[in-house]
Design a binder for this molecule. Structure first.
Ligand code: SER
Length: 741
């Protein structure tokens, strides 16, 4: 069965009465209202607000074929692509949805009919297995009564496998999967019953292949860790097209299906070397996969850049150039391949043929740009091959001079089992950012005609100074004073700017800027000539008007929790380990904090527990966090901690937690330490010689982490039919019994 027939049959089945679903086109890969998500990674993303009851549609049942990308963000499959039969950066998902309409019974009946019905996939029920959430007796019963699946083919699994959520927040619920036994494709081959262990082992080995996931949406996961009920129980199903195509075309790998073969054939004809289905064929599989991802991302308005989504696109593209290089190519390969992508997918996604020329042009320009430097970079990497590790400074040179993204350097080093000092790389990168900021401040700004070179800055209000208002507020009515459009990317300089631009380890804000008839989702904030520019994807010509700027507030609050906690942990480390401890770098993000510091040797569990408790005590004391401007000398005399490699002006900003911590810092902080709520370490490792690294969580993330541990403990106890407090004793008894046996 051809993949185009598969898509069509799926839509036909669900639109036909009495199922009567509305056919809805795929949503964009860039979720328009959701700055928390890098790319659309599941079919339900475009319906998130409908599930939450925040938006109504004139239909309660929908069917889609959705474009998804899993690269760069939380779901990141990039590294595996090329080396496995199933991993992709871009893939298609067949989905049917109920928004408060039907629930488990119909969802199961439809899924079963489509998968086994002779008019549809017609798979033999004897090759199929089902999983349900172990607490979902209702679903188990329905698989028996509605679909006639025998009980010994239904497996109850825990949250890890059978509870689906779109991200840290949003709709979620228990799920149920259909798996097909691909060990034999002979007609009439029967799969014998399998014990739970064997079932798990075979599914992890990919021999039982999950082809469909039915999520019974019931809850909304909130940022504060609580789960509320959705307005109505709903259904979200997803079936990976590539793997169903592999099953239906009885081929071992997704790359052998008609979705990829024309691309691989085209690549073979461009390159002129044969394709090998084994490990040697990885470069071709990478090219086929990456050509698809590059084409669909460009069609949806993502533009290669050094930030956010654009940087993920650039990394995919450069990874492809390197594999083409391995095949002997010295000129663009992906650009002509995007035409083959259009031929295969254009009939389904009209934006591809519409933007074919743009896709080809931008891909070619990006490939040419990297081809200018890749040889020098590979030669440099060759010279470094005999060293035990690649230092941060060398990795930075590869990035800065030869355009090698750090993951590309890691991948090439990894192929010869050589480590890369990523922390050192990040420090070098940050140092360069500081240098270029300083250069711009000194009047050497490129005015938009420098490195990037494509778009021109348009000045709207001359001689107006930008005001940074982000310490006081996260929202402002303001006006753009300049903008630049480069491809589908818009950079905007706002007169009153509440958006924090990455600095001192604290990541940039995200949010939205809304004007009259336009809206920009802020994905990144950059420094341009000493001003902050908000950046996002914007396909249409930009017509400036006054605007409302709104920082993503919940995200900023979590960043502030982590930033103040970073100061507290610095102070606690110095108190408990000694005053030789000095900050050597940090990352302050919404979901975690990372802190590197000078110290020799690992830290004992006992000391770590002590430090954690010390930080929490300062939180429970609910101390005020004061900020003030001081003369630099005065601040240092008062004992303020500073990075001594950094150059400061005469007047500095200090953040003061009285009696605990005093640091030079330009970041944003909670007003009182109590708002951090909770502090938990998650990791302690070495980052480089003489530098330790800790990672930790605060507030909602720390709470969720604790809940997660509790659930896992309860799950383990449940499996052993005991209570969490008796778990250790139960395991001891089992081990003892095993020994005896
Ligand atoms: N959202 C679920 C998944 O991605 C089902 O569509 O698997």
């Amino acid at each position: 069965m051809k993949s185009s027939d598969l898509r069509r049959k799926f839509i036909d089945y669900f639109t036909a009465p009495p199922r009567s679903h509305r056919e809805v086109p795929s949503g964009s890969l860039v979720p328009p209202d959701d700055p928390t998500l890098l790319f659309t990674n599941a079919g339900m993303v475009q319906f998130k607000r409908v599930f939450q009851g925040l938006e109504r549609r004139d239909y309660a049942r929908a069917v889609t074929c959705q474009k998804c990308v899993r690269a760069g963000g939380k779901h990141n499959d990039l590294e595996q692509v090329g080396y496995t039969a199933r991993h992709h950066t871009f893939f298609e998902m067949l989905c049917n949805f109920s928004f408060g309409d039907y629930f488990k019974k119909e969802a199961i009946a439809y899924a079963w009919e489509w998968v086994t019905g002779t008019d549809w996939l017609g798979l033999d029920p004897q090759r199929l297995f089902i999983t349900v959430h172990h607490a979902d007796d209702e679903a188990r019963k329905l698989w028996r009564s509605v679909a006639g699946v025998p009980d010994d083919r239904i497996y109850g699994l825990g949250d890890k496998d059978n509870f689906w959520q779109m991200g840290d927040t949003g709709p979620c619920g228990p799920c149920s999967e259909i798996l097909v036994d691909i060990r034999s494709t002979e007609r009439g081959a029967r799969s014998r019953e399998l014990g739970l262990d064997e079932f798990v082992r075979l599914s992890e080995a990919g021999q039982l292949l999950e082809i469909w996931n039915l999520v019974f949406m019931q809850y909304d996961q909130r940022a504060d860790g609580a789960r509320s009920a959705l307005p109505a129980p709903s259904v979200d199903t997803g079936a990976g097209l590539e793997r169903i195509a592999a099953v239906m075309q009885t081929v071992a790998s997704n790359y052998d299906t008609d979705l990829f073969q024309p691309l691989i054939e085209q690549a073979v004809s461009i390159v002129g070397r044969p394709y090998d289905r084994g490990p040697g064929g990885a470069p071709y599989r990478v090219l086929a996969d990456h050509a698809r991802a590059v084409a669909v991302l460009l069609a949806d308005g993502v533009y290669p850049s050094n930030e956010g989504r654009g940087y993920v696109l650039r990394r995919i593209l450069r990874r492809a150039v390197r594999y083409a290089w391995l095949l002997g190519r010295r000129e663009p390969t992906l650009a002509p391949l995007t035409q083959a992508v259009n031929a295969v997918m254009g009939p389904v996604y009209p934006e591809l043929p519409q933007k074919a020329a743009h896709i080809e042009r931008v891909t070619r320009a990006e490939e040419e740009r990297f081809l200018e430097t890749i040889e020098g970079g590979l030669a440099r990497l060759g010279q470094l091959a005999n060293q035990s590790a690649i230092s941060g400074e060398e990795a930075f040179q590869l990035y800065d001079t030869f355009g090698f993204p750090i993951d590309l350097t890691q991948m090439i080093a990894g192929e010869r089992t050589q480590a890369v000092d990523v922390a050192g790389f990040e420090q070098a990168l940050e140092k360069q950012r500081r240098r270029s900021r300083a250069a711009r401040k000194a009047g050497m700004g490129d005015g938009g005609r420098g490195k990037r070179g494509v778009g021109e800055w348009v000045e709207l209000k001359k001689k107006v100074r930008q005001q940074w208002i982000g310490y006081e507020t996260t929202r402002a009515e303001t006006e753009p004073i300049a903008f630049r459009q480069t491809g589908d990317q818009l950079e905007l300089i706002l007169e009153d700017n509440p958006f924090y631009a990455e600095s001192g380890g604290q990541v940039s804000d995200t949010g939205v800027v809304k004007g009259d008839g336009w809206e920009l989702t802020v994905e990144a904030v950059e420094k341009v000539d000493g001003k902050s520019a908000v950046v996002g994807t914007f396909g249409d010509p930009f017509e400036p008007t006054p605007a409302l700027a709104q920082v993503n507030e919940a995200r900023r609050r979590n960043i502030e929790r982590n930033h103040t906690a970073t100061h507290l942990v610095h102070a606690a480390l110095r108190k408990i380990l000694g005053t030789h401890v000095r900050q050597a770098g940090s990352v302050v993000a919404p979901d975690r904090l990372r802190f590197d510091f000078s110290h020799h040797g690992p830290i004992t569990d006992e000391a770590l527990a002590h430090i954690e408790e010390e930080v929490n005590e300062q939180i429970w004391a609910n101390l005020p966090v004061a900020t003030r401007d001081m003369a630099y000398k005065e601040a240092i005399a008062a004992g303020a901690m500073a990075f001594f490699t950094e150059k400061y002006g005469d007047r500095v900003r200090v953040v003061d937690v009285p009696g605990v911590s005093l640091e030079l810092c330009g970041g944003t902080h909670v007003p009182t330490t109590g708002q951090i709520a909770l502090f938990r370490f998650t990791h302690e490792t070495g980052a480089a010689a003489g530098v330790r690294r800790i990672e930790a969580l605060t507030g909602p993330a720390a709470y969720r982490h604790a809940l997660d541990l509790q659930h896992r403990l309860a799950e383990a106890a449940g499996l052993l039919k005991t209570q969490p407090e008796h778990l250790a004793r139960r395991i001891e008894a089992m081990l003892e019994e095993n020994r005896k046996l």
